[in-house]
Design a protein around this ligand. Structure first.
Ligand code: 5GP
Length: 121
């Protein structure tokens, strides 16, 4: 599927929609989630046009990959969750319940986060 350049995170990257920025560098942007699920809930996104982890893993450059991973670590430390523990998560596609079609890494922390995946009823 072709990348949708009008998705909400692409618009944030272009400055068309505001965000509460936490960190920015050559390869990534990090900002607070608009609907936080934990006391710390930050999204880290690559600046490149990648729909999900699928195309990022397949086609991003080594520098883009290293940039994103290092930004995630840096943001977790900046947010003060590195010591107590935190979770990173990236939803992919329909079964992964991905809502925004631009790769994003969620950083959750600030409280015990419970089980990893919701159990089937
Ligand atoms: P997904 O389900 O795709 O993994 O997560 C998308 C996330 O983006 C959700 O947690 C949602 O609250 C967040 N989100 C959606 N629209 C916006 C927005 O306009 N600004 C910010 N900061 N977060 C958003």
């Amino acid at each position: 599927m072709a990348y949708d350049s009008n998705n909400i995170f692409a618009r944030i990257l272009r400055g068309e929609i505001p965000c509460r920025k936490v960190h920015e560098d050559e390869y990534s942007l990090a900002f607070h989630d608009i609907n936080p699920q934990a006391p710390v809930h930050i999204l880290v996104i690559p600046k490149g046009a990648y729909e999900s982890f699928n195309d990022f893993a397949a086609t991003a450059s080594d520098a883009e990959m290293a940039g994103l991973v290092r930004a995630v670590g840096k943001v977790a430390a900046m947010a003060g969750v590195a010591e107590d523990g935190w979770r990173l998560l990236s939803n992919v596609g329909e079964n992964g319940h991905q809502e925004v079609p631009h790769l994003h890494i969620h950083i959750f922390g600030g409280r015990p986060l419970g089980a990893m995946i919701a159990r089937q009823p």
